[in-house]
Design a protein around this ligand. Structure first.
Ligand SMILES: [Zn+2]
Length: 416
């Protein structure tokens, strides 16, 4: 839907008489003023400056553009697909830095209005033959802790904003035996990243590995996991809290690993399916399927337990794995977070202000004066019905409206 003709970057507008979810809380009957790509004011409805275009927000909710905290972006097309679904920032945790740099442009990684912003860890830290080495691009690996600082410094020199660590040391209950960096190397990478002011997050598969990541001082867990005790260890949340760590459950990709076809619910929703390309549908129909359906009860209850104890939960799709699609899958992840026990408001926080704070992206993730006008307008009220995030009326990136229908129809014609 095109709300305003030729609404370009930097054009001024007001969304009036709208419910605002500002990243933390809901403000009923508000007005938001945008000028030159920035949010300038948030106030009571009908009271902001006149003389500029007004978009009627009646019956609608304005949200910060969504942040997908765990993706593996491969192309500009992925970033455009993200924006179609209201994701204005993708955090990519393992991708070739050359590709990442090509997809970022302008100062501080600012990108233009027709695709989501990319922030990337570049290559993840892993052992030769370890997780992350099998994706069709060569990866600089580590074999011991003495290499950690040079390895981290190389990533920073390549432009990586974060550090991602693949840690599977100690096995996975006999299910997968891949090489992994050892615990001293994990500890050394975390320390090396902190020495340079970078934020390390860790991928792991078991309770023991997660406790190692906590001991090492990592800033966050990039996944929950399927293997561990049936009961969530109460110390788990206590220690995550004590270390100020965040958790990205990635319930979508875990359900794919459990053979539970998380992509089917995306395909079955006509609001989402309308903007899926055939290759998206193909990937959504697949499962990783290496565990059994019952294994997925554990990350679900762990998510609820962590959330109830105040551990920051971030929404991440782990996009480009089987059962996921860029952009669309964040809506599925939000629904799964609610199904696990978060309130819709908490789920929305998990895709806006919480990841912005966790990854130190302080210019976004909230609707407040001075922040980027990365905005999502939806019909209805997603703070009580999480599925309303799919009723997308408009998406703005840097204050420019992205014409989702025109873009989708053009690209679909070009490539299919
Ligand atoms: Zn991942």
């Amino acid at each position: 839907m095109i709300l305003l003709p030729a609404l370009g970057r930097g054009q001024d507008f007001i969304v009036d008489h709208v419910r605002v979810f500002d990243g933390a809380r809901t403000i009923e009957h508000a007005s938001v003023l945008v000028r030159a790509g920035k949010i300038v004011a948030v106030g009571p409805a009908g009271r902001l400056a006149s003389g500029i275009p007004v978009i009627d927000g009646s019956g609608r909710t304005l949200l910060p553009g969504l942040i997908d905290a765990h993706t593996h972006i491969q192309s500009r097309l992925d970033l455009q697909k993200s924006l179609v679904f209201g994701v204005t920032t993708d955090i990519s945790l393992h991708m070739p830095p050359q590709s990442a740099n090509e997809l970022k442009s302008g100062p501080h990684g600012a990108t233009t209005g027709d695709h989501a912003d990319l922030r990337s860890a570049g290559y993840a830290a892993t052992a030769p033959g370890g997780d992350g080495t099998g994706y069709g691009f060569s990866v600089p690996t580590l074999t011991n802790s003495s290499q950690a600082q040079d390895w981290v410094d190389d990533r920073i020199a390549e432009g990586s904003e974060f550090i991602k660590i693949m840690y599977e040391s100690g096995g996975e209950y006999g299910r997968i035996t891949r090489p992994s960096i050892d615990k001293p190397t994990l500890v050394a990478i975390v320390a090396a990243a902190h020495r340079r002011g970078k934020l390390p997050s860790a991928h792991m598969h078991t309770d023991k590995q997660a406790f190692d990541a906590i001991d090492a001082g990592a800033d966050g867990l990039a996944h929950l996991y399927l293997y561990g005790n049936d009961e969530v260890d109460p110390q788990f949340s206590q220690r995550l809290l004590a270390h100020h760590m965040f958790v990205i459950p990635t319930l979508t990709v875990l359900r794919s690993a459990c053979g539970l076809s998380p992509g089917q619910a995306i395909i079955d929703d006509s609001r989402l399916r309308k903007y899926l390309f055939p290759e998206d549908v193909t990937l959504l129909q697949r499962n990783i399927a290496r565990a059994s359906p019952s294994d997925c009860a554990r990350p679900r209850s762990a998510t609820a337990a962590l959330d109830s104890r105040g551990v920051p939960i971030l929404a991440g799709s782990d996009q480009h794995n089987a059962g996921t699609a860029a952009g669309a899958s964040i809506h599925g992840e939000l629904a799964l977070l609610v199904e696990a026990g978060l309130t819709p408001l908490q789920a929305l926080q998990a895709a806006t202000s919480v990841p912005a704070k966790a990854f130190r992206l302080m210019d976004r993730g909230r609707i407040a004066p001075g922040l980027r006008a990365d905005l999502l307008l939806v019909q209805g009220n997603p703070t009580v019905d999480i599925y309303a995030t799919r009723n997308i009326v408009a998406v703005w990136k840097d204050g420019a409206e992205f014409d989702r229908d025109a873009w989708f129809n053009q690209v679909n014609t070009e490539i299919h």
